[in-house]
Design a protein around this ligand. Structure first.
Ligand code: S3P
Length: 754
């Protein structure tokens, strides 16, 4: 063993590994190198394997069968069945019958349904001690000589407990895998098998099939000699272990056949298109696939900055470590406005003709909207350095998506789309990630139902949203109970499909990008004070859209300059729509020097350069009319308040509790951790300015919380570790490089296992 055992806590007493192939022996050697088991015992029928395992320090002890050691094992011990998939049932039978129910049993087979079914048929029900598992790690090398103690580091391990699985055993299996450095996910058996069939099994079978087909072309024996990089990349996995893949093919039959049928259909259609010279079909297919690949690739790259691992199963969780004493100086342009980027895709898709968008935000949220419209058959080129070309299909040209539309973390995508989907002829389901799945959707479902839409939510009004197509929508005059641009936009967008005039009346002014952009697409929208209205039945004409920089992203650097003495920063070409400039108004009231220059109007939206210079800040009572105008900027404004002299009081901001996280509580918790007196109230917060300390703060899977605490570190008296910051990519993909460029000392570190 080359690495020394570290002083890791012991998460298991004895670790027994049955089967010392690549996975089993790598787990054993990880346990020895990291020191998380008191003893590592290897079991293999092959004497030669056991000898190598002992000689190479992979195990402490060996046995030829479980029977030799079963009586010794009890509470705290874990047996890992690491034999080929089809051999699992016989080993399982032997294990359950010989072991005490206190011993945890888990397996590593790549298919989970066959393991669960085998256990049920052997024992009548799933033994509570059995935790089905699957590490998503591997290599083309196999056997005990390929053992690698780092094989699981930052890779996913999926556990698929069933109802009968005991909590204690699940915890032991989770602890075991986390101690190897793996990231553990829990999911259902069916979900696991379907996902793996599509993302792992099918690619292997395609690679095997391609190599086999070419190798069988006897008239072209030496074609491999001319094979280029593409062939090598594509077929690398055809060098994997045939026994393992035979077993997987048979064990995951149903899910694999389902996805094989789909790919054969796609392939057949491609063949026809080639035969008949259908250039358009081929162009559409290749463009769609290339863009989808780029989309996934970008997300993966931004989430795995230094691993080079390209698999959603190996997404690496990252923290930021930010040093105090940095500055905010320079001249920069932050990425495009998120709200306008979403709307540009939606309206461009529904317009007639080709819309060109520049300055588009390539963040995960707006990319989710883009992908949703591709899923509904819209041909969208890019994004390529912020340029997107949308081949609009008209208000009635969307096609039925073949699966639920997945909108990730993006509330704007879901709420605005719900309005548009209510007017379609087809059924659709809208889904999101864990955070979005907990956010209120009743606020859009209620007015849409009043218009005649048929929408189902979960019992508590949260996603998924199931929207039934083919409903006749009637117009309404909706008095909005809360100041929300998403609700207003949802109703107005549904109004495009309703008969008569649809209007909204808002309790306070909210961002009006929907109204302005609709006008840019030639659609008449009337705004009269708090009322906005439009009539259904018109059409949108394609246009050009230049998305300005997002003031919500600029806000982080505005506050950075506002809190660090000597700072002087200019933010270029920022959208300064009057419904978005609460952050400017509030910071000015607190004492910051802010100047706007180079005012222009772009596509109906005011744009300017913003220069921010440091001046001492004082606490203020934030006027309630500023709340909707600064709604997304409060996390970082709370940081300004923490650095101000005196108390800052916010009221009338209960909406902050239903954002990507409960932003009042998330910020109060973090500020208190850093030594600031911050008291959350029902509808706001009271913050007493003081000295920010160092420490670790959670980001609650919320991009704006993560970035706000990064800025806070500038004025802290030591480093701040902001935990789990991957989510920053939803709205601000270049945040780190821009932060570094203006003088913030920020490093990325792998998150510590929980
Ligand atoms: C948005 C409206 C706001 C804002 C969100 C984007 C929009 O949400 O917080 O980030 O693009 O319409 P609410 O409508 O819920 O206030």
């Amino acid at each position: 063993m080359s690495k020394k055992a570290s002083a890791s806590p012991k998460v298991v007493n004895r670790l027994v590994v049955i089967g010392l192939g690549l996975i089993g022996s790598s787990l054993a050697v990880a346990a020895r190198q990291r020191g998380f088991a008191n003893q590592v015992i290897g079991i293999s029928r092959r004497q030669s394997t056991l000898e190598i395992a002992l000689k190479n320090g992979i195990v402490d002890r060996c046995a030829e069968s479980l029977g030799q050691i079963a009586a010794e094992l009890g509470e705290g011990d874990i047996v890992v069945i690491a034999v080929p998939t089809l051999s699992v049932p016989s080993v399982l039978e032997e294990s359950v019958s010989q072991l005490s129910p206190n011993v945890t049993i888990t397996d590593v087979a790549s298919v989970k349904d066959s393991v669960v079914k085998a256990a049920q048929s052997l024992f009548g029900e799933m033994p509570p001690q059995l935790v089905p598992g699957h590490p998503i790690a591997g290599s083309e090398k196999s056997g005990v000589t390929a053992a690698n103690g780092d094989l699981f580091t930052n890779h996913r391990v999926i556990l698929t407990p069933v109802e009968a699985t005991a909590v204690g055993h699940l915890k032991r299996a989770t602890d075991l895998w986390e101690a190897t450095g793996a990231l553990v996910s829990i999911m259902s058996v069916l979900e696991h098998d379907q996902i793996l069939a599509a993302t792992s099994h099918l690619p292997h079978f395609l690679a095997y099939s391609l190599v086999d087909t070419l190798a069988g072309m006897s008239d072209k024996t030496d074609i491999f000699r001319y094979a280029a990089g593409g062939f090598r990349d594509f077929t690398r996995i055809a060098a994997s272990d045939p026994v393992m893949w035979r077993d997987i093919a048979l064990a995951n039959k149903d899910s694999i056949i389902e996805v094989m049928d789909r790919i054969m259909e796609n392939f057949k259609a491609m063949r026809c298109a080639i035969e008949s010279g259908d250039r358009q079909y081929l162009m559409d297919l290749f463009t769609r696939a290339r863009d989808a690949r780029n989309h996934f690739g970008k997300i993966l790259e931004s989430k795995t900055p230094d691993t080079g691992i390209h698999s959603p199963m190996t997404e690496k969780v990252i923290d930021y470590i930010v040093s105090p004493g940095g500055s905010a100086c320079g001249d920069i342009r932050v990425p495009g406005d998120k709200s306008m980027s979403h709307r540009s895709i939606m309206l461009g898709s529904l317009a007639e003709g080709m819309t060109e968008v520049t300055g588009f935000l390539e963040g995960e949220d707006s990319l989710a909207t883009l992908q949703a419209f591709r899923d509904m058959g819209v041909d969208i080129e890019g994004p390529n350095e912020g340029r997107v070309v949308i081949h609009g299909v008209g208000l009635h040209g969307l096609q039925t998506p073949s699966k639920p539309l997945y909108l990730g973390n993006s509330g704007t995508s879901m709420r605005l789309l719900s309005g548009l989907m209510a007017g379609q002829t087809f059924d659709v389901e809208l889904r999101g990630d864990a955070s979005l799945s907990g956010r209120p959707m009743g606020r859009v479902a209620t007015p849409l139902r009043e218009m005649g839409a048929v929408i189902e939510t979960d019992a508590d009004g949260t996603p998924p949203l199931r929207i039934k197509g083919g409903q006749k929508l009637s117009s309404i005059n909706y008095l909005m109970p809360m100041a929300s641009a998403q609700v207003k936009s949802c109703v107005l967008l549904a109004g495009l499909y309703a008969e008569g005039e649809t209007s909204t009346v808002e309790p306070a002014p909210t961002r009006d990008h929907t109204e302005r952009m609709l006008r840019g697409f030639g659609y008449q929208v009337n705004s009269d004070g708090s009322k906005a209205s439009l009539s259904g039945g018109g059409s949108l004409m394609a246009t050009r859209i230049d998305v300005p920089a997002d003031i919500s992203s600029a806000a982080f650097f505005m506050v950075a300059a506002a809190i660090v003495p000597g700072s002087d920063i200019t933010l270029r070409h920022v959208g300064v729509n009057p419904t978005r400039i609460g952050v400017i108004n509030i910071l000015r009231q607190m004492g910051t020097h802010i100047e706007l220059s180079n005012h222009i109007e772009v596509g109906g939206e005011p744009v300017a350069d913003i220069r921010v210079r440091y001046a001492p800040l004082k606490g203020i009572v934030i006027p309630e009319d500023q709340v909707p105008l600064a709604i997304d900027e409060f996390p970082v404004l709370f940081v300004a308040a923490a650095c101000a002299q005196g108390t800052t009081l916010l009221t009338g901001a209960e909406e902050l509790r239903v954002k990507e996280s409960d932003r009042i509580q998330s910020m109060a918790d973090g500020l208190v951790t850093l030594g600031i007196d911050a008291q959350a109230t029902v509808d706001g917060i009271r913050i007493q300015g003081g000295q920010l300390g160092s420490g670790e703060v959670a980001s609650f899977d919320d991009h704006r919380i993560a970035m706000a605490f990064t800025i806070a570190a500038l004025r802290a008296n030591g480093k701040i570790r902001v935990k789990e910051t991957n989510n920053v990519a939803t709205s601000f993909p270049d945040f780190i490089s821009l932060a570094q460029q203006i003088g913030i000392g920020i490093e990325i570190a792998a998150a510590e296992a929980q």
